[in-house]
Design a protein around this ligand. Structure first.
Ligand SMILES: C[S@@+](CC[C@H](N)C(=O)[O-])C[C@H]1O[C@@H](n2cnc3c(N)ncnc32)[C@H](O)[C@@H]1O
Length: 259
């Protein structure tokens, strides 16, 4: 697993070069879209055959934030993050604005399909839309709570082609992440034990992105070669260390530590 000194856009460039090399016009789905900023970046970088955007855009998604009636002291109340969503999280108007913001970005872009459902309910819908085709890239960034991420991974892996790629955002342990009750890294570690996916790259950033491909897929070597020949600096580690990753903050930047 290569720990890469680049933001997720650097990994997009590398993956786009790999898809290009194999003349693959990728089918992409993103779970958790918000304003569509990352979706727009993927649309511009990958020029995908199709881009399916799945998000509930609903205050209901916040019900998963914590299972406890009284929030544990080490978790910040969801309202703390209202600035990120542009309004109160329990106000439906906040979610309508985010949805509108997203669809405005993709007017007259026929390869983009928007599915306004929670990621669990959307699975069957997307499965039918891509029947027989499969996804080349699945970007997972919907609910960040352990049980929900694990369910997304275990469910949606079936739609990823044998030579496809999964990416997860916010896949780290950091103080800021813990305050948001993130369970993404822990869910991934569990998922890796019960699937044939392996991590091949991650960003050396807070709120890290991780790239997964299937064991035995030619994509392992393809991504390795593309990264080795790119200008992205990296350090290679045994993939088993992934679960130990934690973010350490200095005065100038965040880095990953595995000890
Ligand atoms: C971190 S934001 C996504 C950011 C986006 N991927 C980006 O990088 O620009 C998380 C999004 O997931 C959505 N979400 C949360 N739980 C969800 C669920 N269970 N199903 C679908 N969407 C969900 C929220 O509505 C929110 O828009």
């Amino acid at each position: 697993m290569k720990v890469c000194v680049t933001p997720r856009e650097g990994l997009y460039q590398v993956l786009a070069a790999v898809f290009n090399a194999f003349e693959r016009e990728p089918a992409i789905a993103e779970l958790g879209v918000l304003k569509g900023e990352n979706a727009l970046r993927m649309q511009q970088t990958f020029a995908p055959e199709s881009l399916m955007l799945v998000d509930s855009w609903s205050a209901d998604s916040q019900k998963a934030y914590s299972p406890f009636e009284t929030l544990p002291a080490w978790v910040s109340p969801p309202e703390t993050f209202a600035y990120y969503y542009g309004g109160p999280l329990d106000d439906p108007a906040t979610w309508e604005r985010l949805y509108q913001n997203c669809i405005d970005k993709f007017v007259d872009q026929p390869n983009v399909q928007i599915v306004r459902k929670d990621s669990h309910s959307a699975y069957e819908d997307v499965r039918q839309r891509i029947a027989g085709r499969g996804l080349d890239l699945l970007y997972v960034d919907a609910s960040h709570q352990y049980e929900y991420v694990l369910r997304d991974l275990l469910t949606w892996q079936d739609l990823v082609r044998p030579d496809g790629v999964m990416m997860l955002n916010d896949c780290c342990y950091s103080r800021k992440g813990a305050m948001q009750n993130l369970g993404v890294l822990e869910a991934l570690v569990n998922f890796l034990k019960r699937s044939d996916f392996v991590p091949v790259a991650m960003t050396n950033t807070d709120f890290s992105d991780v790239v997964l491909v299937r064991k035995g897929s030619y994509m392992i070597e393809a991504i390795d070669t593309a990264l080795a020949n790119s200008d992205v600096p990296f350090v290679e580690l045994p993939p088993q260390l992934l679960g130990a990753a934690r973010v350490v903050n200095g005065h100038h930047r965040a880095n990953l530590s595995f000890c």
